[in-house]
Design a binder for this molecule. Structure first.
Ligand SMILES: *[C@@H]1O[C@H](CO)[C@@H](O)[C@H](O)[C@H]1NC(C)=O
Ligand SMILES: *[C@@H]1O[C@H](CO)[C@@H](O)[C@H](O)[C@H]1NC(C)=O
Ligand SMILES: *[C@@H]1O[C@H](CO)[C@@H](O)[C@H](O)[C@H]1NC(C)=O
Ligand SMILES: *[C@@H]1O[C@H](CO)[C@@H](O)[C@H](O)[C@H]1NC(C)=O
Ligand SMILES: *[C@@H]1O[C@H](CO)[C@@H](O)[C@H](O)[C@H]1NC(C)=O
Ligand SMILES: *[C@@H]1O[C@H](CO)[C@@H](O)[C@H](O)[C@H]1NC(C)=O
Ligand SMILES: *[C@@H]1O[C@H](CO)[C@@H](O)[C@H](O)[C@H]1NC(C)=O
Length: 257
């Protein structure tokens, strides 16, 4: 009588990658948020789903619009996205957009890499809460129509080194700046129209091709700090996408004869 023989059979089930046309529609794109069509590298955050793109491009979508999740208090509302020249138009909803008062108490200066403020923007400089009464506005500044102890003027560039800023700024005043794409005309509340029109952000090229990785069955993994990209293929990391075949399952069969 032959002893019980164990045969170890390892079988791998290999499936070809989904053909591009037959691929199940990616849950990442296409997406719309109000009138805005969301295209890569932007993606809409949905609970329980792995990220579809780099963290800086995550959008929160609700009935008020699409908001950059990485902005402080999610305050940057996206008005339009121009993938061709890698820029987007946003409005900071925490600015005093209703009546233009009080003067902003924060600098609109934060943005997550690889996004950056476009050089096409100008800057509005605000002086607020001036404690010593100003007999007249400091040089170049206009008082706000709704608050005579606060002032605004247009500046060029984003250079707020102390030598640049301190020049015309009374020490008793609070100072803050905000970028604007359309400079104001000084007809009273012209600066308010500028604030409401918002400003332009740009981004440098994003490494990796997340759509391609997802289409190959992987998940995109981005390193936050240096913005590196990897395609996570069931735990094995690839530079671009998952291999020609993806291994779905490997089973061991013990067969007795
Ligand atoms: C969508 O577009 C229409 C027409 O351009 C405009 O009237 C409407 O205000 C837009 N809605 C939003 C939420 O931007
Ligand atoms: C939409 O989200 C933004 C950003 O978090 C928030 O400020 C706004 O109040 C939200 N709108 C609605 C209608 O919930
Ligand atoms: C990109 O193109 C759009 C639409 O033509 C334009 O409004 C925007 O200013 C451009 N962005 C840059 C950075 O030039
Ligand atoms: C805005 O930035 C300027 C220059 O860096 C600084 O002097 C000022 O205190 C900042 N304002 C606020 C409100 O943080
Ligand atoms: C900002 O202005 C200061 C003083 O004029 C200058 O030394 C510095 O190079 C400027 N920085 C930039 C980034 O333009
Ligand atoms: C990603 O790869 C796909 C398929 O190769 C290609 O059609 C698409 O243009 C690429 N996207 C980017 C942003 O490179
Ligand atoms: C890669 O995907 C596997 C599941 O397939 C997961 O367990 C692992 O945490 C992922 N790795 C990273 C770095 O996201």
């Amino acid at each position: 009588m032959p002893p019980l023989v164990l045969l170890l059979l390892a079988s791998s089930f290999l499936l070809p990658p989904p053909a591009a046309s037959a691929a199940e529609p990616s849950s990442c794109w296409p997406k719309a948020c109000g009138n805005l069509s969301i295209t890569y590298p932007f993606w809409v955050d949905e609970p329980g789903r792995p990220p579809c793109g780099p963290p800086a491009f995550k959008l929160k979508c609700n009935s008020s619009g699409a908001f950059l999740s990485s902005s402080i208090y999610q305050a940057y509302r996206v008005e339009s996205i121009f993938p061709k020249n890698r820029s987007l138009h946003v409005v900071d909803i925490n600015l005093p957009l209703a009546i233009g008062c009080p003067a902003p108490t924060f600098n609109v200066s934060f943005i997550a890499r690889p996004l950056f403020f476009s050089k096409a923007n100008r800057e509005l400089l605000f002086l607020g809460k001036c404690t010593e009464s100003q007999p007249e506005p400091p040089a170049g500044f206009h008082s706000l129509p709704c608050d005579s102890s606060s002032f605004v003027r247009l500046a060029d560039g984003r250079n707020f080194s102390s030598s640049h800023v301190q020049g015309g700024i009374p020490p008793s005043c609070f100072f803050a700046f905000a970028p604007v794409l359309v400079p104001p005309r000084w007809n009273g509340d012209g600066y308010l129209a500028s604030l409401r029109k918002g400003f332009l952000l740009e981004w440098t090229e994003v490494p990796g091709n997340c759509s391609e990785c997802i289409a190959s069955g992987g998940e995109c993994v981005y390193g936050d700090a240096v913005l590196t990209f990897a395609c996570n293929c069931s735990g094995s990391m690839r530079n671009e996408k998952c291999g020609e075949f993806r291994i779905l399952k490997t089973r061991c069969h013990f067969v007795s004869i």
